[in-house]
Design a protein around this ligand. Structure first.
Ligand code: SF4
Length: 387
């Protein structure tokens, strides 16, 4: 539109929030806290000409440093934390026979359920998404530990989708009107921001996170970016809870794949016994499974839903080519599994920074503090066509 015509770089098209982030970066009073989603590290390189699936995590950290980020955190850390909270929710519901639990980490799905399947809402995990858990903790736990006034903190997320922008703006995820996540940049916006600042990701040397509080992650946290990944991460931890030892072989291949709706029967053992689970990606499959659950024609203990076909590795923010569409998603998914395999700890409960967070701040999963900071509620919303 008009904006593009007056803006020489074209940077101000489509609800672009790169300028808001630049304003934070130049304000000496503001402490900028960045977080990057699991899928970003295997999808973002394409914006700078690298092949899909290339792990550019270290280059993204370097790029954020180059533009002046104060603190760089990893949403993967919060994915591990979500497994601790949501895993305990599922465990409680299974042991008490309270029926199925749907995952809640995808705002595209949560929004869809609120508009089209309100009957499902009591079954949706109350655990906030990793993005929101990390934002909430940045303004409480991190502020306390780093002795920063939370008023000065701005949390910026780099995310694979625009649904994360709407999630960050939800009023129930704000404290006294201040959102936990201030700005969400999509992949395209982040690329534009770097170009405006003259940073070429492909030329940067990788560097490591330096924050000691919330940047460690396990292999379970990183696979959140693909369909089946949240379920696999949860099973690794539920197995440990039920048996007091780690699952042999670690990986749960029965929940992997690209079919729209997948089912698996998982022998967890111990007090948990057998779990019937389903993994769904794309809203067509989500509608199908939600309806079947409401009808009572299927009985699952735990259902993972991601609104985008493929999961976040093919979220709407990624570069697409009409031909290589699935090929890119597959390459990114392979990239995530490769990171999982080379990560020292591969189960969320073995994340030492998550353990420390519980020891020093939250107490235990589902504690009062956890409920305040890491959980939420949902409500039926009118569909667009009803408004
Ligand atoms: Fe966003 Fe899609 Fe991931 Fe859902 S599946 S969080 S809509 S990228």
């Amino acid at each position: 539109g008009q904006c593009v015509m007056v803006c020489p770089t074209g940077a101000l098209a489509e609800n672009d929030q790169t300028q808001a982030v630049l304003n934070y970066l130049i304000d000496p009073e503001i402490v900028t806290v960045f977080q990057i989603a699991p899928a970003i590290r295997v999808g973002f390189g394409q914006e700078f000409g690298l092949p899909a699936g290339t792990n550019v995590e270290g280059q993204v950290v370097s790029a954020l440093r180059a533009i002046g980020a104060d603190v760089i955190l990893d949403t993967n850390f919060a994915a591990d934390l979500v497994i601790m909270e949501e895993g305990n929710e599922v465990l409680g519901r299974v042991l008490e026979g309270r029926g199925t639990t749907f995952t809640s980490c995808c705002p595209g799905w949560v929004d869809f359920a609120e508009k089209h399947f309100p009957g499902i809402l009591p079954m949706v995990s109350s655990t906030r998404s990793p993005q929101q858990c990390l934002g909430s903790l940045a303004k409480t736990y991190l502020a306390k530990k780093m002795d920063i006034d939370a008023k000065h903190i701005r949390v910026v997320s780099i995310m694979p989708c625009t649904a994360k922008k709407q999630e960050a703006a939800r009023p129930e995820l704000a404290k006294d009107g201040v959102p936990d996540v201030d700005v969400v940049l999509t992949i395209r916006e982040f690329a534009r921001l770097l170009r405006r600042e003259g940073v070429n990701l492909a030329e940067l040397e990788p560097s490591a996170f330096d924050d000691p509080l919330m940047s460690e992650y396990t292999g379970a946290g990183v696979i959140f970016g693909t369909t089946g990944g949240v379920m696999e991460a949860a099973i690794r931890t539920l197995y440990f809870v039920a048996n007091g030892k780690e699952l042999d072989g670690i990986e749960v291949h029965d929940v992997r794949g690209f079919d729209r709706v997948r089912e698996a029967t998982i022998e967890v053992g111990g007090q948990v016994g057998t779990l019937n689970v389903a993994m769904v990606h794309g809203l067509k499959g989500a509608a199908q499974v939600a309806q079947a659950v409401l009808d009572g024609s299927v009985k699952y203990d735990f259902i993972e839903v991601m609104a985008c076909p493929g999961g976040c590795i093919d979220g709407g923010g990624h570069l697409r080519s009409k031909k290589g569409y699935l090929k890119h998603a597959e390459a990114r998914r392979k990239g995530l599994y490769a990171i999982d395999r080379k990560t020292g700890a591969r189960q969320s409960h073995n994340n030492q920074q998550v353990q420390k967070l519980y020891q020093d701040f939250l107490g235990e999963p589902l504690s009062h503090a956890s409920h305040d900071l890491l959980h939420t509620h949902y409500q039926a919303k009118p569909r667009e066509t009803d408004v």
